[in-house]
Design a protein around this ligand. Structure first.
Ligand SMILES: [Zn+2]
Ligand SMILES: [Zn+2]
Ligand SMILES: [Zn+2]
Length: 143
């Protein structure tokens, strides 16, 4: 994922590439895979100079809302991890609770709900994660 295409994506959604957004996206591009806000903050500060932790958190939320990043509760402990979005479509994740391997799933429970069930609500957001033990981890446990 290169920064100029991310910049285009932001522009297409009507957002600017501000400095915090740029350094956060650069850090995510350098560190492929999932990273927590705390680790990302450390990486950004080491590499691009000091930036407030709250600024990092706020921008991670915004970039997630813009569908530039994915966010999952990877360890099922209430701490979110982020990565550059793996696929364009709205999706959810299947997560191995042993090794943390995270795979996108093109399924959304929200689309299965009838309108009656969500009647009167706007700006619906769905958080849905499936946890299990991946094939590799099962094989390791077996011997
Ligand atoms: Zn994803
Ligand atoms: Zn695993
Ligand atoms: Zn969904």
């Amino acid at each position: 994922m290169d920064l100029s295409s991310l910049k285009q994506q932001l522009a297409a959604k009507g957002y600017k590439m501000t400095r915090p957004r740029r350094v956060i996206l650069e850090a995510l591009a350098r560190k492929p895979g999932w990273v927590t806000a705390k680790d990302l903050h450390k990486e950004v500060c080491n590499h691009s100079g000091h930036i407030d932790f709250s600024t990092v958190c706020r921008n991670l939320d915004t970039l997630t809302g813009m569908e530039i990043l994915c966010r999952v509760d990877r360890d099922n402990n209430g701490i979110f991890a982020y990565c550059l979005r793996e696929m364009e479509e709205h999706h959810h994740h299947l997560i191995c609770r042993c090794c943390g391997k995270t795979s996108p799933m093109d399924f959304c429970p929200l689309s299965q709900l009838s309108l009656v069930q969500t009647e009167g609500y706007s700006e619906l957001e769905c958080r849905f994660e499936v946890y299990g033990i991946c094939h590799d981890c099962q094989a390791k446990q077996g011997n």
